[in-house]
Design a protein around this ligand. Structure first.
Ligand SMILES: *[C@@H]1O[C@H](CO)[C@@H](O)[C@H](O)[C@H]1NC(C)=O
Ligand SMILES: *[C@@H]1O[C@H](CO)[C@@H](O)[C@H](O)[C@H]1NC(C)=O
Ligand SMILES: *[C@@H]1O[C@H](CO)[C@@H](O)[C@H](O)[C@H]1NC(C)=O
Ligand SMILES: *[C@@H]1O[C@H](CO)[C@@H](O)[C@H](O)[C@H]1NC(C)=O
Length: 251
């Protein structure tokens, strides 16, 4: 059973040559562009989940991602932090909470939101950390068709060109970025831990980049792309199979 699942997994990863699973984006002192393709449209979401996996090597203020509404300077949705604090931006507002986030370690962050609550929930490494209650006067939808950058914030000039904002850019790497049009609950998040996003996926078809992605066999889920299968089973299969070859894939 595991063997057949593993084969499906490999077939799916191999059939999509644009897949970024098993690859990461590197960010040096000079920030690199990793931008959502202008053709990849983020809809007006009434609920959402965003997950990003990152590791920073320089313990200054860093940015995980920043999504900006068309023509708006403030951040519509974003995540950043320092060694001791995590920051969430939404609808131009900013929320913080204290948490030790060690450098040189992979952290997996997920944000979930729905206009019903309205509340932003933060998960780290799959565990619920904090819920930010939002003011009901805030918008009930995420502004659509915005611009999204990884590892650094940005602004858009009058010609529609995206410029990076240095100063709080990430020096480190990003191993996954995914976005869904659903507010996953804690147990659903676990099921999605190795599944691709339905709004933004970890696939080159959706990203415009200035620095090429780099393979890393130690990344969570590896090349496992299981949008169409139960994620945990397939990744378990991949983990077991890889353990024979000496590679350990954490899933
Ligand atoms: C994952 O597999 C599905 C089904 O084969 C495919 O449609 C999709 O493009 C793949 N995604 C990635 C990121 O490889
Ligand atoms: C998340 O998990 C990784 C790997 O187990 C660990 O190195 C890291 O410190 C964790 N992050 C937090 C904030 O607990
Ligand atoms: C919500 O926003 C409105 C308008 O900006 C403000 O008057 C009100 O005090 C805010 N409520 C809370 C609980 O922050
Ligand atoms: C968003 O972009 C799509 C495709 O470019 C376009 O068809 C749509 O009208 C845009 N929507 C808004 C609200 O700007």
């Amino acid at each position: 059973m595991y063997l057949s699942l593993f084969c499906l997994c490999v077939t799916s990863a191999a059939s999509s040559t644009t897949s970024l699973w098993g690859k990461k984006a590197l960010f040096n002192f000079r920030p690199c562009v990793w931008q959502l393709q202008p053709g990849a449209v983020v809809p007006a979401l009434e609920e959402l989940t965003v997950c990003i996996q990152l590791r920073y090597t320089l313990a200054t203020q860093w940015t995980g991602f920043a999504y900006k509404a068309p023509g708006v300077i403030a951040t519509e949705l974003g995540l950043g932090g320092t060694r001791t604090q995590l920051t969430v931006w939404m609808f131009g507002g900013e929320w913080h909470f204290n948490r030790e986030l060690r450098e040189n370690e992979w952290h997996s962050f997920c944000l979930t939101w729905s206009s019903q609550a309205p509340k932003v929930n933060v998960y780290i490494n799959g565990t619920f950390q904090h819920g930010f209650q939002m003011n009901r006067s805030l918008p009930e939808r995420l502004a659509p068709n915005g611009t999204l950058t990884l590892g650094v914030s940005h602004y858009v000039d009058v010609n529609g060109e995206v410029h990076l904002e240095t100063g709080s850019n990430l020096v480190g790497e990003i191993g996954l970025f995914r976005m869904w049009a659903r507010e996953w609950r804690a147990e659903e998040l676990r099921e999605q831990s190795c599944a691709d996003g339905d709004v933004v996926s970890w696939d080159l078809q959706q990203w415009k980049y200035g620095c090429s992605p780099v393979s890393d066999s130690s990344l969570q889920c590896g090349k496992c792309n299981i949008t169409f299968l139960s994620s945990s089973l397939t990744c378990l299969a991949l983990t077991l199979t890889n353990s024979h070859t000496g590679t350990i894939v954490v899933s």
